[in-house]
Design a protein around this ligand. Structure first.
Ligand code: HT7
Ligand code: ZN
Length: 854
């Protein structure tokens, strides 16, 4: 398998100003006739060959300037066409079977419709083409299909002409005025209905909006539509970005490798991120829909109008767009809860990636299969990097920088360096020090200690970054730390927040005129994506949890308090839980804090988060410690928790922040109550399940029951299944809840679930409903028998035959093998080696598994 390296980038020798495509569409057979206008690229070294990428294609015919050509060659999957210098018109015919395309890349069939996924390298499965993001072309596309089967034909841009032919065939021709790389190409043909609306842009242009789904799903599209219009307005107000076409279409499909895709003017979505109503979708699902709809819409500028020069620059569009969707989420909801949520995702997924064998920089140096690099590092750490730049520049200069970036690179394929340069040029601020975050992998660890004598306090800081694959020696990073001092007695800010930039391995910072004993509040708002070790006593953490003026820091203090107790207990030490109980009790009783915030704060860190902070992970000891803490909280605070579990009372269709917060707190409280008194917990959960008028309460209760040993467990799971048997997205929840259950027999349960008639490894959502939930279930997956490992490895191998991209994304839980005690580590290695020695492995899976073994 060939490694592609960033330093080998060369511009493509040819330009392709125009591309005409004719599709004769069918599920079993689709023909594509492509005509490409090509001309030498003056900015590149000239070439007498046109090299076009292909994947599982054979040319049926090749033409140059209207004449058939026989002298073409195949170089592996690629097509080589000899060309004299100058302009040419190149024609290529291909044919393939969308129904046989189980990789779901290129043009494929889903529930009787046809749709495309071209990012990153799927277009080469449709026709031979320079499948790289720096070749921009203007597309004109003609689609022909059986009208009865495919009444709706959609592609990028605007419809130009349409008509009907003989034998029930109809056709439509569309044109996209914006030059684009082929990864943004999209086509959909099927029996779909639209939720139609419109949006008037800031300059007064009317844009027609359509969300296309199967007719029965139309009532579930209103939240996505409202989210889209909100996102369009937000991008105008916050970034000055206006939509540019007359049409914006979204299509929902049931078989999709990722969340959604930002194709120009025709976004294609995993139906999980479009369809919702209170009976079938949780509040979390509603929030995810708003987030993903906004994310894909924001790509219209950060991705489509300005795209990436090469795939090493992926974070240019993804990190920036995640940052934009996170800011949108904060603006339309609670900024504190949103930040807590985003940091939790970063810690659970990206921190694990960054400290394991698959660690890579935000701008990687090499890859074997680019699909493996759609990672939390590129997306979420990339977003943190943009956030740090904004923190350093401030709101106004950051906006001036993004304005310049969009203006300077509109219609171009840009680099991460171009982005930073635009920010620097517009602001006059040198950002060189932050650029190391693009190239150096690994999460910095920072230790902080506050020393106080009289009216003076000195903060001692020290940083280090552990070695990562290919980067044995690390340089100190530039770490922006928002810091304040909180009075131990007054609870007030006695040194107001300031931005400290830690640039060296060690630094000291002085605070003068400190009037009372001070508590250190540092990395407020999670200003840098680091692991922080602050020398603070449990008493200090308890006080900060009650009084820190930064809500995120308050949450952090509580998490740290719980983490320390959990780590000590997992190591076999006896520690007093009272500081934790008092802090949780105070939080629950507070009249000032809202329910959503309370729910986040009182939820003990996950078992894998505890593991990440230990030298050697002992899953059983961590599980026992966490259960012990949950049950002490449940018993000692039963009346506060019972109040919280009863509280709220808003109807299920109320999706106000208040109602959502009350529901979140209700289920978190229920979980703790059940840990304290399982029999009573099962009764309460069954009552919540039965009375629920919304999916949040219903699924929450089922989740709590799924981990209990009580008759109500099966009753609830059976009732849920019977009620939602025909709704695939809800049945995904049914599978997921059982795979995430905290039970000694979860491995047996998932083995049985994988044999269930509704389990289908060809459908990515269904596959992930078991595989991702189980892989993240530390206690169950790491069952000391090794059966969890064997189960997931078997599933990965099965999935690889159908869909290598999705299979490879299930490998990361195995990558933590070196962190576990020797017996488990050996069992995990054995499974990785078994996968690697399997004949016919995809390159996707080969890359992830071989790297995980190093
Ligand atoms: N930009 C999109 C990436 C994507 C993708 C990548 C590989 C294989 C399938 C895929 N589907 C979508 C999604 C996004 O970040 O917006
Ligand atoms: Zn994206």
């Amino acid at each position: 398998h060939v490694e592609i390296r960033r330093e080998d980038y060369r511009p493509y020798p040819w330009k392709v100003p125009n591309t005409r495509l004719k599709f004769t569409l069918g599920l079993g057979k689709t023909r594509v006739q492509a005509i490409l206008d090509v001309e030498p690229n003056a900015a590149a070294e000239s070439s007498d060959v046109l090299c076009l990428n292909g994947d599982e294609l054979t040319p049926l015919g090749v033409w140059v300037d209207g004449s058939p050509l026989d002298s073409w060659l195949m170089d592996g999957d690629d097509l080589l066409i000899p060309l004299t210098p100058g302009k040419h018109e190149v024609g290529i015919d291909t044919e393939f079977s969308p129904a046989a395309n189980t990789k779901l890349m290129g043009l494929y069939a889903s529930n009787g419709m046809l749709c495309t996924q071209c990012e990153a390298e799927g277009f080469r499965r449709i026709t031979f083409f320079p499948d790289r993001p720096d070749v921009l072309s203007r597309y004109r596309v003609r689609m022909e299909a059986d009208k009865a089967k495919f009444p709706i034909l959609l592609t990028n841009g605007n419809p130009i002409e349409s008509g009907e032919g003989a034998d029930g065939i109809h056709w439509a021709e569309w044109e996209d005025p914006f030059p684009k790389p082929c990864y943004l190409f999209a086509l959909v043909a099927g029996d779909l209905k639209a939720n139609r609306d419109s949006f008037t842009t800031m300059s007064g242009r009317k844009v027609e909006l359509g969300i296309w789904v199967r007719e029965a799903d139309l009532p579930k599209t209103s939240h996505a539509m409202e989210s889209l219009k909100r996102a369009m307005r937000w991008d105008e107000e916050v970034y000055g970005r206006e939509y540019d076409l007359d049409l914006f279409n979204i299509v929902a499909v049931s078989d999709f490798n990722m969340g959604a895709m930002e194709n120009k003017g025709l976004n294609i979505f995993n139906s999980a991120y479009i369809l919702a109503d209170p009976d079938t979708a949780t509040d979390g699902d509603f929030d995810n829909i708003a987030r993903v709809v906004a994310h894909e819409y924001f790509h219209n500028w950060s991705g489509d109008r300005v795209t990436c020069r090469d795939w090493f620059q992926l974070s240019l569009k993804e990190g920036f767009t995640v940052f934009r969707d996170q800011s949108f989420g904060a603006d339309i909801g609670s900024p504190a809860v949103k930040r807590i949520d985003d940091v939790r995702t970063l810690r659970m997924i990206q921190f694990q990636e960054d400290s394991g064998p698959l660690a890579h920089p935000v701008r990687p140096d090499s890859y074997i299969e680019i699909s493996n690099f759609y990672t939390a590092t590129i997306y979420n750490k990339g977003a943190e990097l943009i956030r740090m730049m904004k923190t350093v520049l401030g709101e106004k200069k950051f906006r001036a920088g993004t304005d310049l970036y969009f203006e300077r690179h509109d219609g171009e394929a840009a680099t991460c360096d171009d982005f930073v340069k635009a920010l620097e040029d517009a602001s006059g601020v040198d950002l060189t020090h932050l650029k190391l975050w693009y190239s150096q992998a690994g999460t910095p660890h920072v230790t902080a200690r506050l020393e106080q004598t009289g009216g003076k306090a000195v903060l001692h800081l020290r940083q280090s970054v552990a070695a990562t694959p290919g980067q044995p020696v690390k340089k100190p990073m530039a770490i922006p730390l928002k810091t304040a001092l909180i009075g131990e007695e007054s609870g007030a800010e006695i040194a107001s927040e300031r931005l400290i930039l830690l640039e060296e391995s060690e630094a000291t910072v002085e605070f003068d005129n400190i009037s009372e004993p001070a508590l250190l509040s540092i990395n407020r708002g999670f200003s840098a994506p680091i692991v922080l070790d602050v020398d603070r006593k449990p008493d200090d953490l308890e006080k900060l949890a009650a009084s820190d003026t930064d809500p995120f820091a308050r949450y952090e203090a509580m998490q740290e308090l719980m983490l320390r107790w959990l780590i000590s207990t997992a190591k076999g030490e006896t520690v007093d839980p009272q500081p934790v109980i008092r802090a949780v009790g105070d939080t629950l009783r507070s009249n000032q804090l809202d329910s959503a915030f309370k729910a986040e704060v009182i939820l003990p860190p996950s078992e894998s988060m505890v593991g990440d902070r230990m030298d050697v992970i002992d899953p059983a000891a961590i599980h026992a410690a966490r259960e012990q803490l949950r049950s002490v909280i449940g018993r000692d605070l039963s009346s506060e928790l019972a109040n919280a579990q009863r509280g709220g009372g808003q109807p299920g269709h109320d999706v106000s922040a208040e109602a959502k917060g009350a529901r979140r707190l209700r289920t978190v409280a229920l979980g703790l109550l059940a840990a304290g008194d399982p029999a009573n917990g099962a009764k309460l959960a069954k009552a919540q399940f039965g009375a629920a008028d919304n999916m949040t309460d219903r699924q929450g209760a089922m989740m709590v029951l799924a981990s209990l040993e009580a008759p109500q467990r099966k009753e609830a799971l059976d009732a849920f299944y019977a009620r939602y048997e025909d709704d695939p997205l809800v049945i995904d929840k049914w599978f997921g809840v059982q795979a995430a259950a905290q039970r000694p027999d979860t491995v047996d349960q998932v083995v049985a679930l994988a044999e269930h008639p509704k389990f289908n490894p060809a459908n990515p959502n269904r596959l992930r409903s078991i595989a991702i939930s189980f892989g993240m279930n530390q206690w169950a997956f790491h069952d000391e028998s090794g059966r969890g490992y064997r189960f997931l490895a078997d599933l990965i191998l099965k999935a690889d035959k159908l869909n290598p991209q999705v299979a490879a994304r299930l490998v990361p839980p195995f990558g933590r093998w070196q962190r576990f005690e020797p017996k488990r580590a050996a069992l995990m290695r054995t499974e990785l080696e078994r996968i690697l020695s399997t004949p016919g492995l995809s390159k996707d899976l080969y890359e992830q598994v071989s790297k995980s073994l190093v």
